[in-house]
Design a protein around this ligand. Sequence first.
Ligand code: DGL
Length: 261
Amino acid sequence: MAKIGIFDSGVGGLSVLREILKVLPGEDYVYFADNANCPYGEKTKEFITERAREISGMLIGKGADIIVVACNTATAAAISTLREEYSVKFIGMEPAIKPAIGMTRSGVVGVLATAGTLKAEKYRHTRELANGKVTVVEHVGQGFVEMVESGIISGPDAEDTVRASLKPLLDEGADTIVLGCTHYPFLMDTIRKIAGPDVNIIDPAPAIAKHLLEVMDDEGIKTGIHRRGNIELMASGDDRVLRRLAGKISSLLPSLQSSHR
Ligand code: DGL
């Protein structure tokens, strides 16, 4: 079986791990949450690149055969550097604007993401390709990451916070919303409640999981069948919420270990 390294600024990458476990349940995983430095959204490209470089080196040192950058902000800032510097394959997050183009009826696609993702060249490029076909409107999910990191994913505070960033997109006519930050799918129920039944909400994680499977196949990275894999959880800060949310996806979790770094 393979060892898959995954990292994010915090717990957000668990929303990606959740989907990966559905297609690759027999692998070993090491998940690193850089929550001592969360949020990445307002940090510089240089800072995020340095963290991504250090975390990737650590994951490779722990035996990772392939690394999932389960963070849109870190993908936008650092994935090209990581690919230049390390020989393992890196799978990054993509803003799922393409599938949104096929789903919108109003012709307006809304993107919720961090400030770092929205200003990155990678995102601007994807957006340019979409413009002309549809209108793309954006908003930072203000306060979303902090809320999820503190373990709040529903209730009146979550609803107020989500409404403040989602409403401007709905007001502009968006009927399809792309979640461009891996923390946001944890707020899916709240987002759906506020957006209403006629709005499509797209979480790119299932497509990323499928892509990982294809790349592992192409690369000949052996996958484990007929076994239950291991998941090692690591955090640069307090790991309580990480363990709690990992426990929530634990029907899929083979066995769970946790360590500090
Ligand atoms: N979960 C991350 C993302 O996908 C980063 C959020 C943050 O740290 O600001 O963008």
